[in-house]
Design a protein around this ligand. Structure first.
Ligand code: FAD
Length: 398
């Protein structure tokens, strides 16, 4: 078995950039995925502003734009009684975002990892980790032809999604679990123009649309999980019937055609797992997952990749006691995500807006600056904690 510095299992939003960053800093990296790229996956694909800023910092935003993915500068959030609409802002101007097809985005990330010097093996399925004296020392699995393999490394990273094989193999404890709250159904439409991102928030229903590659618009619906479990008529029927509950959106889609079969995800747990232990770490959905209603997963996975790459560099440098850098990575993740986790769970419950939020929203009608700040929160360029602070301080009523 050839020893690597790091084996990364899973080569999408968390794993591929992590492998790229580690390889760029001179580490030997093996990146494994059972998929072969380009490969689609069950996910819509709006990348919030923090994710776009990381792509830019890695030198990949221009490459993404060159794939023909339309930039998104406008955001409209429709609460029924109030509509927020405008250009979210970042430090240096508009908070441009993108909604690239995953087949395009993930292949671009895998190519970048390979170019950086990571060894990429597609079609390679990991079955288990290898233990040595209580420390994870490698993985075993089988390649696309069914031939078993085993590889060793100083650290194994599970970037293998919410059903992570690595998390299960190492027994990573779940530290917070809100279970599944909502179901998501989405479809790709031709002849439904979208000039930016749009979200509709209603009790018992959420909807979002984004322009994507090939002139298509992806329209996603969030509905109570119980509605999803109770339906018996197939995902497409449920999707179209649910769309009919938003007549203002449905009217705009007149003349549009579903370009691909409707996709559905009904069992999306909201959880945190402890993301590190002796010889192992977790990144992206493997370590923390929340309902896609807020579109945070890709951006969070990029953030984990960036943060974990630094932590691994420090860990290997021996500057701190063993495990210390990884513990800091975990603490940063938990502190950075706690408030948004609660906010997203609340959104996914699809309940009427709470009092604090209603108050901020009402005040925003008279206050353009507040309206802009709210839009920034939904685009990810402003932290949700600021929204809570505004609500608590009662600034809107002053
Ligand atoms: C319906 C839906 C809509 C969503 N919409 C959005 C959105 O609009 N915006 C957003 O930011 N996020 C969205 N998300 C969330 C987003 O898809 C995830 O957060 C993101 O993909 C996480 O990336 P990841 O790299 O951690 O995991 P994944 O993308 O799940 O990648 C894991 C990889 O690991 C591989 N793998 C798994 N097990 C093994 C194994 N044993 N051996 C080898 N390889 C393995 C898989 O093949 C896969 O390629 C959505 C999710 C869903 C379900």
């Amino acid at each position: 078995m050839s020893p690597y510095d790091v084996i990364v299992v899973g080569a999408r939003c968390a794993g591929a950039p992590l492998a790229m960053l580690l390889a760029r800093t001179g580490h030997s990296v093996l990146l494994l995925d059972r998929a072969s790229f380009p490969s689609d996956t069950l996910s819509t694909h709006w990348i919030l502003r923090p994710g776009v800023e990381l792509l830019a910092s890695w030198g990949l935003e221009d490459r993404l734009a060159a794939t023909g993915c339309p930039p998104i500068d406008q955001l409209r959030v429709d609460f029924g009684s109030t509509v927020l609409s405008g250009t979210p802002t970042a430090a240096n101007g508009p908070a441009t975002t993108y909604a690239p097809r995953r087949s395009v985005l993930d292949a671009l990330l895998v190519d970048a990892a390979r170019e950086a010097g990571a060894e990429v093996r597609e079609g390679s399925s990991v079955r288990d980790v290898v233990w040595e004296n209580g420390v994870v020392a490698g993985v075993r699995g089988q390649d696309a032809r069914g031939v078993p393999f085993a590889e060793r490394a100083r650290l194994v990273v599970g970037a293998d999604g919410r059903g992570s094989t690595i998390a299960r193999a190492v027994g990573a404890p779940v530290t917070k679990d809100r279970g599944p709250l909502a179901a998501t159904l989405y479809g790709y439409w031709s002849h439904v123009p979208a000039d930016g991102a749009e979200t509709f928030v209603r009790p018992g229903l959420g909807a979002s649309l984004w322009p994507t590659h090939d002139g298509l618009t992806v329209v996603a619906l969030t509905l109570p999980r119980t509605d999803f479990l109770a339906h018996r008529s197939g995902s497409e029927r449920l999707y179209l019937d649910t769309l009919d509950r938003l007549p203002e959106l449905r009217a705009r889609m007149h003349g549009g055609r579903l370009a691909e079969p409707v996709r559905a995800a009904g069992l999306l747990r909201n959880f945190f797992r402890l993301p590190h232990g002796p010889g192992w770490a977790l990144a992206g959905d493997a370590g923390q997952h929340k309902d896609p209603i807020g579109a945070h997963g890709i951006s969070d996975a990029f953030t984990d990749a960036d943060s974990l790459a630094r932590a691994i560099g420090q860990e290997f440098s021996g500057a701190l006691a063993p495990g210390r850098s990884l513990a800091r990575y975990a603490a940063r993740r938990d502190a950075g995500r706690a408030a948004m986790f609660e906010f997203v769970c609340r959104q996914a419950e699809l309940q009427p807006l709470d009092e604090d939020f209603t108050r901020v929203l009402r005040a925003s009608a008279e206050d353009p600056r507040l309206r802009g700040e709210l839009l920034d929160v939904f685009a990810g360029s402003r932290r949700v904690e600021e929204l809570f602070r505004l609500a608590r301080a009662g600034r809107p009523d002053q």
